[in-house]
Write a protein that binds this ligand. Structure first.
Ligand code: M6R
Length: 611
């Protein structure tokens, strides 16, 4: 949460920082601010979005070749002008932007108040700015030492960019728990929470690790640890095209990303699946496959949509490879003293690779001696760096806060993993394995077909956009899809929605059903088909409105449901990849028709780097 950008060089910092903030706005959009180093440091900040900040600075002095910018997702203190970043220390020596949480801020604040400091904002960041200043003035040390000493007193997470009014030729950056990337240009450096603001300027980047501190001048970079050990910067080349982070003519990133799924899935299996030889090669797992195949138990962890993908993984691993699986919310797993054995395999799933709860759960599992694997989308993010091995999804940057293509790419990876394990464990016949591999490569084409029917989704969206509640039902592989459909709807349209295993309906949720309740039933032809037909009848008997996602040509459900959305049939194990598409489209059109900000839903942020 929160996006941070910094620049030092010979160019005008303002446009670089503003454009960078626009790319990072998916991380938070409660307020925005910028500081530009001049004779005096110019600071402009306001509640609202980056566009509000642009309006706010119109006609003002925006000169400067060194600067920083911030787009906020509020943690400490309501979203307002005062709590917006940058925060400035009491005597104006330090200007600072921060992504993360200083957990012991109230204790530090009290000590600073006792020493005469007064606070203007409610933020933990102002506490840090004042702590650095206090150490700087009291200890008569330079800015770098003051920052490092202050950080030894801090408990929590941070990505920081800091300037000091008495050392105008430098920016200091530090990282613990919140991501920070340095872009290396010629006579200039860039800083950002992820590589998307940097990629249009340079492809050379350095990913900071926890406890790293960087001291940047326009032609010098010094990297060290908080405890002053000098480090050698590792410059990496990134393979990220600017076109992939634009809307490319779509009205919203979410819609673009929904339509990108055939490409994203294809890129995720391309080079890994060979239909002719019926093989799957996952290079990132090469050394751990024997251990994985012998695992007594796999524990999958994730949050939100990634957790839903994990639930699909449970069905895949148990069904195809016959390995017991448990799926856990990372936030629960990390705090409930889980029993982790050294021969357990933990699979952490995350689009961003930065989710705080997932990272903490990984650390816990590693400390317990388990082998931890990652399924991640963002190359170079923290999770791939903290896990023992893993597989990247190649979905490309996902900017819409509602996860779409990341989900189908994650499920694609889980499917490939389950098939690799099924082969090793001899739990599938060669014929069945080939059938599944072949059909996996046909999924992009099937999704293309589904995407051609957008008009059908718009019609249903128009009819039910004013509903107050929705229920989503599915069985087996399609139960996690029901959960995912409900999450998509509630997060972007603010309509309350619940996902349920269809058979559980009669144990409670059925009481909610009346003539005003749309019930989305995912009812393609699989082994539970007859059962779900009965569930649909139960809904209809109580006058509920049934919107059913069915296999092409289905006549049985068509005769009883209010609306059917027909999609081509697939093997059951692959059905989450196709059945989720109608649900994504339905949520999208409902949210648009309700006038919601689809890409930046209220209260949310793309990358949840606080617990
Ligand atoms: O980056 P991650 O996959 O770790 O993020 C996990 C969740 O925060 C994320 O899936 C969230 O639930 C999305 N907004 C869902 O659309």
């Amino acid at each position: 949460m929160c996006g941070i950008v910094g620049y030092i060089g010979d160019k005008k910092a303002f446009p670089i920082i503003i454009n960078g903030l626009k790319r990072l706005e998916y991380r938070g959009y409660d307020s925005a601010g910028i500081a530009l180093v001049n004779e005096e440091t110019l600071t402009y900040k306001c509640k609202g979005k980056v566009s509000d900040l642009e309006n706010f600075v119109k006609g003002k002095n925006i000169n400067g070749n060194i600067g920083m910018g911030h787009t906020r997702w509020a943690t400490h203190g309501e979203p307002n002008d005062v709590n917006a970043h940058p925060q400035i220390s009491q005597n104006g020596y330090f200007t600072i932007i921060h992504n993360g949480i200083i957990e012991n801020y109230s204790r530090l604040k009290k000590k600073l108040i006792d020493r005469g400091y007064k606070f203007e904002s409610d933020t933990d960041t102002e506490v840090l700015a004042n702590l650095i200043e206090y150490i700087y003035l009291k200890g008569k040390v330079n800015a770098e030492i003051a920052v490092r000493l202050a950080l030894t007193k801090v408990i929590g997470a941070y990505g920081l960019v800091i300037t000091c009014k008495e050392e105008k030729d430098k920016i200091i950056a530090a990282r613990k728990g919140s991501p920070l990337v340095i872009g290396v240009g010629k006579g200039e450096y860039f800083l950002a929470s992820d590589a998307t603001p940097i990629v249009e300027h340079t492809k050379s980047v350095i990913y900071l690790n926890d406890d790293d501190v960087a001291i940047l001048k326009k032609d010098e970079l010094i990297l060290k640890t908080i405890s002053n050990n000098r480090l050698t910067p590792k410059i990496q080349k990134i393979d990220l095209e600017i076109g992939k982070i634009d809307k490319n003519g779509f009205e919203h990133f979410m819609l673009k990303e929904i339509f990108e799924q055939p490409r994203a899935i294809n890129d995720t299996f391309r080079g890994r699946v060979n239909v002719d030889f019926s093989t799957i090669h996952l290079g990132g797992l090469y050394n751990v496959i024997p251990k994985l195949a012998d695992a007594k138990r796999i524990i999958i962890i994730g949050c939100g949509t990634s957790w839903h993908a994990g639930l699909v993984g449970e069905y895949l691993f148990e069904d195809l490879a016959r390995i017991p699986v448990e799926v856990e919310y990372a936030s629960e797993f990390r705090y409930r003293k889980p029993i982790i054995n050294s021969d357990d395999i933990i699979i952490a799933i995350s689009q961003s690779g930065e989710t705080a709860d997932t990272l903490a759960a990984i650390k816990l599992a590693k400390e317990a001696g388990a082998t931890v694997l990652g399924i991640c989308n963002v190359v170079g993010s923290s999770i791939p760096r903290y896990t023992d091995a893993g597989v990247y999804t190649h979905a490309g940057p996902e900017i819409g806060v509602a996860s779409t293509k990341a989900f189908t790419a994650q499920v694609t990876v889980l499917t490939m993993m389950a098939l690799v394990l099924a082969e090793k464990r001899n739990t599938l016949t060669e014929k069945d394995k080939l059938k599944l591999i072949k059909e996996l490569t046909e999924i992009p084409g099937i999704i293309e077909k589904i995407l051609k029917n957008s008009e059908d989704y718009k019609k249903i969206a128009e009819l039910y956009k004013d509903a107050s509640n929705f229920l989503y039902l599915g069985r087996g592989y399609l139960f996690p899809v029901a959960l995912e459909g409900a999450l998509k709807l509630k997060e972007i349209s603010y309509i309350h929605a619940e996902g349920y295993p269809a058979a559980e309906m009669k144990h409670g949720p059925i009481a909610l059903i009346d003539q005003n309740m749309p019930v989305v039933v995912i009812a393609t032809k699989d082994k539970s088909y007859e059962k779900i037909v009965s569930n649909i009848q139960e809904v209809k008997a109580r006058n509920g409105i049934v919107i059913a996602v069915v296999s092409e040509g289905d006549t049985v459900i068509k005769s009883m449901a209010d609306h059917v959305l027909e999609i081509p049939d697939t093997y059951e194990a692959l059905s989450p990849l196709t059945t989720v598409i109608p649900l994504q489209l339905l949520s999208y059109y409902i949210a648009v028709m309700r006038g919601c900000n689809v890409d930046q839903p209220r209260n949310l942020a793309k990358s949840v780097t606080v617990e």
